[in-house]
Structures are given as C-alpha cells and as structure tokens.
Design a protein around this ligand. Structure first.
Ligand code: PEP
Ligand code: MN
Length: 339
C-alpha cells in the first residue's frame, strides 16, 4: 500500500509514520515528490491491513491507498513520475533516446575497439558487449570472461562510452561490477532470484531483459526483486518472445512498450537485434520501437558480421548502424525527442 502524506506534512510526521510501519515488521520506501511525500509499504498483507486504520488517522497522513497490482515498488502508483537511470555520463529514461550498441560478444581487442570507435562516431551513447555469454549450446563460444571485461574497460577509456555487460549468476556479480557501468541480466536469467537480489544490492544500474516466455507481470515482479533490495536504477528491455513464426528468431512484442510505460515508472528499451534475429529487420523495428515510445535501443553491431562468434546474422555492420542512427535522428525529432 502507499501512504500519501499531506502537502504540508512535516519531516517529523513522515518519520513517525515510517517508524510505526517499520515497528510492525514492514518495509518502507520513501518517494519525495514536488508536492508531497509518498511512503510505499511492502510486506505481509495481513499486517498491512491491521495497521491501515491507525495510519489513516496519523498526523500528516492524507490517505492510505492499497496497490492492487502484485508489483508495488515498480508501479506508477508508487512513483508517478518517470524514473531516469544514470549510467556513467549517460541517462536512460529522459527526453533523449538512449542507444546502446556493440557486438554480441567481445571477441578480441581489435574487434571491440573498432566497434566502439564506429558506434561512437555514429552517435551511440553506450557500448555493449558480452564477456560471459549465455549460449544455448555448450559447444558455442562462451565469451572471453575477465579478459573481455578488461577489453571493454579499455574501450571505455578510449571512447568515453559507458559499458553494459551481462552477469549470468550471482557469483559473477562482483567481478562484473568491477568493470561495468551497467549490469545486464539476460532473458534466460530473468527469474534467477539470487542474481536479481544480488543486482539489487549492487550500486550499479541494471538492465533487465524480458524472458522469452515471460508475461509483463512476471517481468515487473522480477524487477520488483531488484528494487526491493534498494536499487531503483533499473531499465526494462523487451527483446522478443517465443512465437510460432519462423520468419524471425523471436516475436518482438512492441505493444509491451506502451503497456509497460503505463504500468511502471521504470524506463523501457527495446532490443530489435535479438527480437528479429535478422539484420535486415533490425532498422525498421528499431524505428518502430522509438515511435512506440521506447526510451532506448539495444543494437548489436559488429565490424564484420559474417565472421562474428555469436549472433552475426542479426548484427549490423558499422555503415548500416550509421544509416540507422541518421534515420532515428529524424524520427526522434518528429516525436519531440532527441537521440
Ligand atoms: C545478448 O544481449 O547478447 C543476449 C544474450 O540477450 P538475451 O538475454 O536477450 O538473449
Ligand atoms: Mn547476442
């Protein structure tokens, strides 16, 4: 439930309410808005119900409202304004559409530096690259691990682009966090609860990708795990779900964008690379995502897609990426956003 304080409520009144709630064994999350303070309360439903009446009459309280949805901290009811996530020098969730670009996997020093230079020149704001790869087959390239993280850090030094990279389990978080500016949690790990909790305790922003057969409610509840540990810097990513069509690798669910934007205050980005699996369809779906209101894009770019060790068929080459960026600039302008 949320406790909406009166616009003139004093700090002492807010504090008294927080203490009362915490004494009952419930957790509080305070959101200070321009007009008023809202206290989110999470925990056992029966305890909340028992406290409700006495909270309604507590000094400084305007009203107590139950959040009917199963997700609480991520909901717009709890935080009505858009959350802006800061990743190094960049932000995700404001007027500017954030573009995260780079190879599926970090493969070599030459490959990651060439890609970083190319995406920077084309106007991307952040660099992506996997060092730990969740591959469907155990015989496929699994990533360069810590060496890949070091190379990403070198690419950041050189270009100034903050880096986004995946951690596949909770035990990897500490190592990944030593190098990354943003932790990616992949589709296969959307419901890896120890990983979600660990990312929630990390000081780094998190990009959470939708599982291939996850509902939006499941995605939001997965994000709730991260916020519930105290980390509110979370970006949701629609990356395609399992459908029955063979013409694309997954079915990119673009309707998830406006639906999520209504349900949650967290930024929503789209990954048209995994969503389509074919480079020819990446640019049209990237433009459609921005038109649908996405706060950013995740695009795989490789200097030589034909030679890529993972996801070559869906990777743009630097020229195609530069063309996409040029078209996105016009589109962003038309809908009152920048890129
Ligand atoms: C990736 O971003 O390279 C990746 C493995 O994505 P997903 O988890 O969406 O499959
Ligand atoms: Mn990939």
């Amino acid at each position: 439930m949320i406790i909406v304080m009166e616009s003139g409520a004093s700090e002492g009144q807010v504090q008294a309410v927080v203490e009362k709630v915490q004494a009952a064994g419930l957790n509080t999350h305070i959101s200070v808005g321009v007009a008023r303070t809202v206290i989110g309360v999470v925990g056992d439903d029966r305890t909340k119900e028992m406290l409700r009446e006495s909270l309604e009459v507590a000094p400084g309280v305007e009203r107590v409202v139950p959040i009917l949805q199963p997700f609480k901290l991520v909901s717009r009811e709890f935080i009505p304004h858009d959350t802006v996530v800061t990743v190094g020098s960049q932000t995700i969730g404001g007027a500017k559409v954030a573009v995260i670009a780079g190879p599926c996997s970090v493969e070599s020093r030459e490959q990651i530096l060439a890609t970083a230079d190319a995406v920077k020149a084309a106007g991307a704001g952040l660099l992506r690259g996997g060092a730990f790869k969740p591959r469907t087959s155990p015989y496929s390239f699994q990533g360069l691990e810590e060496e890949g993280l070091r190379l990403l850090a070198e690419a950041r030094e050189r270009t100034g682009l903050p880096i986004v990279t995946e951690a596949m389990d909770a035990a990897q978080l500490e190592l990944v966090a030593r190098y990354a500016d943003m932790i990616q949690i992949g589709a296969r790990n959307m419901q890896n609860y120890p990983l979600l909790r660990g990312a929630g305790r990390s000081r780094l922003p998190v990009m959470l990708k939708r599982g291939v057969s996850a509902t939006l409610e499941e995605l939001l509840l997965a994000a709730e795990y991260i916020l519930n540990e105290g980390n509110y810097q979370v970006v949701l990513c629609e990356r395609g779900i399992r459908g029955f069509n063979a013409h694309t690798r997954y079915t990119l669910d673009l309707s998830a964008v406006p639906v999520l934007k209504r349900l949650t205050h967290l930024p929503v980005i789209v990954d048209p690379s995994h969503g389509t699996g074919k480079w020819r369809y990446v640019a049209p779906m990237a433009r459609a995502a921005v038109a649908a209101g996405a706060d950013g894009l995740l695009v795989e770019v490789h200097p030589n897609p034909a030679a890529a060790l993972s996801d070559g068929p869906q990777s743009l080459n630097p020229d195609n990426f530069a063309d996409l960026m040029a078209s996105l600039r016009l589109l962003a302008q038309a809908i009152g956003r920048a890129i």
